[in-house]
Design a protein around this ligand. Structure first.
Ligand SMILES: [Zn+2]
Length: 241
C-alpha cells in the first residue's frame, strides 16, 4: 500500500462506517426477530392453555351433573318403593312415619333437581366460553402464522442485505491501514456500530458532547486521529473531507 495521509484514511473509514452502521442494524434486527416470534408463540400457547383449562372445567361440571342425575334416579326409586310399602303398614304411627320419610326424600329430591337445573346453566355458560375461546385461538393462530411469515420474510431479506453489505465491507476494508482498521473495529464493537462520527454543531456526532475549539482545530490539522473524550469515537469534519 502506498503512503496514505490521515485525511485519506479518515475518508476510507467514513466510507466503511456507512456500510458498518447498516451491518450493525441488520445484525441487531436479525438477532431480535427470533425473540419476536417466540413472544408471539408464547402468547399463542397461553391462549391454547386457557382453552384447555375451560374444557377441563367443563369435564368436571359434566361429571358432577352425571352424579346428580344418578342421585336423583335413586331418590325417585326410593320414593316409589316407599309408596308401595304404605299399603302394607298396619298402624297409623307406622303409616305417618313412612309418610314423613317420603316427604323428606321428596325434599332431598327437589334440592337435587335445583342443582341439576343450575348445572344446565353452568354447562351452557361453560360451552359458550369454550366456543368463544376456540374462536380466539383460531383467529390468533391465523394472526400468528401471518406475523411469523412476515418476520421470516423480513429476516430472509435482511440476511441477504447483510451478505451484500459484508462483501462491500470486505472490498473496502483492505484499503484501510491494518492498525487503523483494528482500532476502528474495536471502537465499532463497543460503541453500537458507530466508530467514526462527524462533528455537528461543535459537538460529537456520537454522544453529542460539546467539543473544545482546541480539539476541533486538532481535527483540522490531520496530524493524528482525534477521538471524543467522552465516547472515544474517532471524530471528523464533514466539510473537511
Ligand atoms: Zn462522543
Amino acid at each position: 500500500m502506498t503512503m496514505t495521509s490521515i485525511k485519506d484514511q479518515i475518508k476510507k473509514l467514513v466510507e466503511l462506517q456507512a456500510i458498518d452502521i447498516e451491518i450493525y442494524h441488520l445484525k441487531t434486527d436479525l438477532c431480535d426477530k427470533p425473540d419476536e416470534i417466540e413472544a408471539l408463540r408464547e402468547n399463542f400457547e397461553a391462549k391454547k392453555a386457557r382453552l384447555k383449562q375451560l374444557e377441563d372445567q367443563l369435564k368436571v361440571i359434566l361429571v358432577k351433573q352425571k352424579e346428580y342425575e344418578v342421585d336423583l334416579k335413586s331418590k325417585e326409586d326410593t320414593i316409589v318403593k316407599a309408596d308401595g310399602q304404605l299399603s302394607q303398614l298396619k298402624t297409623n304411627k307406622e303409616y305417618q312415619a313412612k309418610l314423613l320419610e317420603i316427604e323428606n326424600i321428596k325434599a332431598d329430591k327437589s334440592l337435587i333437581e335445583e342443582k341439576i337445573l343450575l348445572g344446565f346453566d353452568t354447562i351452557d355458560a361453560a360451552r359458550k366460553a369454550i366456543e368463544t375461546e376456540k374462536t380466539v385461538v383460531s383467529n390468533y393462530e391465523k394472526e400468528f402464522q401471518l406475523k411469523k411469515k412476515e418476520i421470516d420474510d423480513i429476516m430472509a431479506v435482511s440476511s441477504d442485505q447483510l451478505k451484500v453489505k459484508e462483501s462491500q465491507r470486505a472490498r473496502i476494508a483492505p484499503e484501510v491501514r491494518p492498525d487503523i482498521l483494528s482500532r476502528y473495529d474495536r471502537i465499532l464493537q463497543h460503541k453500537e456500530g458507530l466508530a467514526i462520527v462527524p462533528v455537528k454543531n461543535r459537538s460529537c456526532g456520537g454522544c453529542f458532547m460539546h467539543l473544545t475549539e482546541q480539539l476541533i482545530n486538532q481535527i483540522k490539522m490531520h496530524d493524528e486521529f482525534i477521538t471524543c473524550d467522552v465516547c472515544a469515537r474517532i471524530l471528523y469534519l464533514e466539510d473537511d473531507l
